[in-house]
Design a protein around this ligand. Sequence first.
Ligand SMILES: O=C(O)C[C@H](NC(=O)Cc1c[nH]c2ccccc12)C(=O)O
Length: 437
Amino acid sequence: MKTLSDHVSALVPQLQAWRRDLHQFAESGWLEFRTATRVAETLHRLGYQLKLGREVINAEARMGLPDAEVLNAQETRALAQGALPQWLPHFSGGFCGIVATLETGRPGPVMGFRVDMDALDLNESQAADHLPVREAFASCNAGMMHACGHDGHTAIGLGLATVLKAMEDRLSGTIKIIFQPAEEGVRGAKSMVEAGVVDDVDLFTAIHLGTGVPAGEIVCGSDSFLATTKLDVEFIGTAAHAGARPEAGRNALLAAAQATLALHGLTQHSGGVARVNVGVLQAGSGRNVVADHALMKVETRGANNAINDEVYQQALRVITGAAAMYGVESQVKLMGAARSCTPTQPWVEFIYQQAQQLGEFSSVLDRKEESAGSEDATYMLERVKQRGGQASYVIFGCELAAGHHNAKFDFDEQVMATAVKTLATLALNQAQFSVQR
Ligand SMILES: O=C(O)C[C@H](NC(=O)Cc1c[nH]c2ccccc12)C(=O)O
């Protein structure tokens, strides 16, 4: 009988091929049309039951969706790049989510695994020393790059599906693998939670590779995610002749500038980390015109939900106040959100114990103080916990060529096999968890 190691070893070239194909045709959040059709086809061929598009994504709960024009143009682009037409209608309009289910027919819990599929809005480096350039799989899509490893996550999800299907007779209960769009900007997970995709999940695991964790190390219960809110702010004023009639104008640029400086002063909180960032500021139309329009892209973060909510409320007051100072109008649009969240200890301990037994890791940790990022998988963890389920977030350390969100980001592909092996082990040994409890 073939062992898990045999199955995973045989899969290594396929993991690389999947990852490199996804990397080359990188697609940003809500635009994962080609990616989603290929994922669906692979899972369908493996024999998984699929739920697709609107079945797994609540339309109203989608945040930060590109406008219809962009969605249409990108769907056309995806088709030209090999998106599979038989699957595309499911995802059309920004519904690029997939849930693949394997019912073993034997009693047992529902296990949920979540991976994300989106790239970042970033141009990939064209430098000759960048491995994806050297080996000819750098992104062919301008302004879209897998610079956070989600190409690897998607390949891991497909690899896990492959191995678990091959070892189906040694599993019990139900396996659900969730392929999520638009993690960047924390926009996609909530819409899948609102569609109910984790409502029946008893044992939930989300993953990330890298994030500064060294190669050979695994963090079994990452708990350092910041709660965050993303907002676009528009200031709408009145244009006027800057020399002849400046008093007739209502200056949107000054309101936005005033708001930017005030927002960056909001980060004091005795309860823990608080952050505000104005990442984009665009205003005005001409040198001699009082600016009648400004756009700001803003995020708030906090060590916990309460801190982030407070900073967010303060930010709204600053924005309204700055608008009032200059007699302009302000409009705030919610573009994304995520929660802070702690994994459940019993599940973290089980993952810890399984990771140690696997003998693949030089260092097994339950948690780690980390550089402060956010993750919308926290919505899924929260929902599973609310229903009494177990949930964790696992980080697979690996060597990186450059940091996350950098134009030269790249990861050591070995980590994919390690991740597949670890996650498959959780599924194969899940009965031990129930017995332990
Ligand atoms: O808020 C977002 O848009 C999500 C995005 N998420 C990540 O970058 C993933 C991540 C979480 N923690 C870390 C730590 C280091 C690198 C990356 C991460 C972030 O925090 O900006």
